[in-house]
Design a protein around this ligand. Structure first.
Ligand SMILES: *Cc1c(COP(=O)(O)O)cnc(C)c1O
Length: 395
């Protein structure tokens, strides 16, 4: 039997490749500090688990849920958006539950792209965008995000002919892998640009609640005209350490939300009712938990940023996300740097190229491990004299 062209187009999943390297190093007795995948190491807060325990015992939750999310869930999302962003959403038409935002992101390409249609994607960016476009038979077009432009896509640099053809553009702030936060001016400009070229903005807001120094990231829907051109993907995964639960939402432009819903109705049957109940409770009791969690994560961020800066890096601490995005020392490549680093120190990081060709020259550290392990990582970097200004990474 022959695999489809669709499957053949899919590049290997970056974390599958990294897992292999990790297993191989482990088998040689190396003590690995895993700063690779961005999966919270802290369990889901007990108040949410307790709510789930209660909800799972309710037989009403044992049948098929409404495909678009229970009305109570969609109302809770609207309430949360109102409190958090002062954005008004109609729960009946502008909100849909998702089985994690990755599900909604993947289905967005099936919804908005015909075969051969172009989607503009940040490079470096979250790998699911590129793969999702390929699966839908679309054409991914990279939009560079560079340090020179504060890790924001330079919309003026997009060829107007390509902009006219493109059906959608993905934005992701706070950004994975860069940790960058968008300026207000950027969102205003993006809305005007999208109107001019009739392109749907898909804003991935997975990390809006992982922020530091009290600087809350904004939603594109806060800006005038945002709802005319944008939908926003959101998730409880990163906010509440709920990656395994699979619950998120898409909100915003009614036409686009409803279109995505049409695809979803025919593919999945919604999110388990008990999970939706637990998610409602989480969103309604959000603030104290998030404040604590972010203060805790900020300490971790500082361990890594200060540690690298003592070794010759000159990093500005990111204001959001679990990620430290740092340049590699001269004289190597992203891929080689991460291989050598694992070999010499047992520290596992992700090569920037795992997020697109635009990530060459960088690596990503995830702070989803304990302070002790992060301090141990800094200690090992110092022991092995891995410095930013060194010519190579040799020990
Ligand atoms: C983790 C992540 C997601 C997906 O999260 P779900 O668990 O599927 O909700 C989406 N976008 C980015 C940028 C992420 O890092």
């Amino acid at each position: 039997m022959e695999l489809t062209e669709r499957i053949k187009r899919i590049p290997p999943y970056i974390f599958a490749t990294i897992d292999e390297k990790k297993a191989e190093a482990k088998s040689r007795g190396i003590d690995i500090i895993d700063l690779g995948i961005g999966d919270p190491d802290i369990p889901t807060p007990q108040f949410i688990v307790d709510k789930m325990t209660e909800a799972i015992n309710n037989p009403a939750n044992h049948s098929y849920p409404p495909y678009q999310g229970t009305l109570a869930f969609r109302e809770s999302v609207s309430r949360w958006y109102k409190n958090r962003f002062n954005v008004t959403l109609n729960p009946a038409k502008e909100v849909l539950s998702l089985i994690g935002s990755k599900e909604g992101i993947a289905h967005s390409f099936l919804t908005f792209l015909d075969p051969g249609d172009k989607a503009l994607l940040p490079d470096p960016g979250y790998p699911a965008y590129n793969v999702g476009v390929l699966i839908a038979g679309g054409v991914p077009v990279s939009v560079p995000v560079t340090e020179a432009n504060n890790w924001q896509p330079d919309l003026d640099a997009i060829d107007p002919a390509v902009a006219k053809e493109a059906k959608m553009i993905f934005l992701n702030f706070p950004g994975n892998p860069t940790g960058a936060v968008a300026t207000d001016e950027f969102y205003e400009k993006a809305i005007a640009w999208a109107k001019k070229y009739d392109v749907l903005i898909c804003n991935d807001l997975a990390y809006s609640e992982v922020y530091f120094e009290g600087q809350k990231p904004r939603s594109i829907l806060e800006f005038p005209g945002g709802k005319d051109v944008a939908i926003e993907f959101h998730t409880l995964s990163k906010t509440f350490n709920m990656t395994g639960w699979r619950v998120g939402m898409v909100v915003g432009n009614e036409w686009a939300v409803q279109a995505l819903g049409k695809i979803k109705t025919n593919v999945d049957s919604g999110v388990f009712g008990a999970i939706q109940e637990a998610a409602i409770y989480a969103m309604d009791n959000y603030q104290p938990f998030v404040d604590n969690q972010n203060a805790f994560m900020q300490k971790r961020r500082d361990i890594i940023v200060n540690g690298l800066n003592e070794l010759g890096w000159n990093l500005t601490a990111p204001l959001a996300t679990y990620y430290i995005w740092a340049p590699i020392p001269k004289g190597t490549t992203s891929n080689q740097f991460t291989i050598d680093l694992l070999e010499q120190t047992g520290i596992l990081v992700v090569p920037g190229t795992g997020y697109g060709a635009g990530g060459e020259g960088y690596f990503r550290i995830s702070i989803t491990t304990s302070n002790d392990r992060l301090e141990e990582a800094v200690k090992r970097l110092k022991q092995h004299n891995i410095r930013f200004d060194s010519a190579t990474v040799s020990a």
